[in-house]
Design a binder for this molecule. Sequence first.
Ligand SMILES: Nc1ncnc2c1ncn2[C@@H]1O[C@H](COP(=O)(O)OP(=O)(O)OP(=O)(O)O)[C@@H](O)[C@H]1O
Length: 300
Amino acid sequence: MNSLIQVNNLSKHFGDKYALNDVSFEVKQGQTVALVGPNGAGKTTLFSILCGYLRPSSGSVSIMGKPLGNPSLFGTLSALPQDATLDPRFSLQKQLSFYARLQGLSLANATNEASRVLELVGLADNHHAKISELSHGMKKRVCIAQALIGEPKIVLLDEATAGLDPLNAREIRHVIASLSEDITFILSSHDLAELEKLCDHVLYLNQGQLTTHDRDTSTGSSQYVTLTLIDSPRNAIEQLKQLNGVLHVSQSQNKEYIIEYQANFEQFDIHLLKYCHKLSWQYRQLVNGHTLENQLFQKD
Ligand SMILES: Nc1ncnc2c1ncn2[C@@H]1O[C@H](COP(=O)(O)OP(=O)(O)OP(=O)(O)O)[C@@H](O)[C@H]1O
């Protein structure tokens, strides 16, 4: 996989406060990356540096092998800030063609580009609607459409589904997933379940410092599944340990179990679900590997 973003020893301080402290990571083409961290961790600062809104105090960032600010990177990376707003007086088409023209497109090309990105986010039928007539979820989709203008290679989305109802959030996830073969997304969100569905690589920032995780948690001889049950059966851990192929079981939360099993065990998930059925246990969820929440917060 080609390297798209290379960040080396990046720091940013405001006075004596370090928002980012010696952060290094790489993003490869085709990855969908989650940027996670508590409030004040430095996520917006990192996005702002990647976009060129802020200059780093020290360290380096290169995008597709070029340093930040290199003219050849124009149009390569786009970002949807958390608090992005649209002009309520404009139609979708007019607003988006305006942004496309700001990227240097001719009037005709800008009009076509606005139609293209509206189609991508499922709003082609609404192109004459005014922004003020849209629901919150539709506005969010227009903002994502805006970030797609000019076919950027990398798109940073800050809290793309915050405040949306589950159906609208699902539609936005669908849009992101459907585009992620061609575009490398970096998604910042507090919704770990959402990132779990979309991302294969996690950047976890805490007080300006970074740890990275790959979502593939196999360790060679063993693999993991996380089983969430509807009830809490008595002696669940002991019973799970008796299942053929199981190496270790721990309880991560009430009703949630992390099961380590032999990597060469074929279709272990089906084997496990049959076992649950035999014991009359109802399951809520089965996730291959650790859940993202456990990867980030489980000290085990
Ligand atoms: N312009 C600024 N001047 C001074 N301090 C700042 C500035 N911007 C950010 N900070 C500080 O840097 C730290 C990181 O802030 P940042 O906004 O990057 O965090 P965040 O992870 O995006 O938080 P949230 O999840 O709440 O949006 C915070 O302590 C913040 O107060």
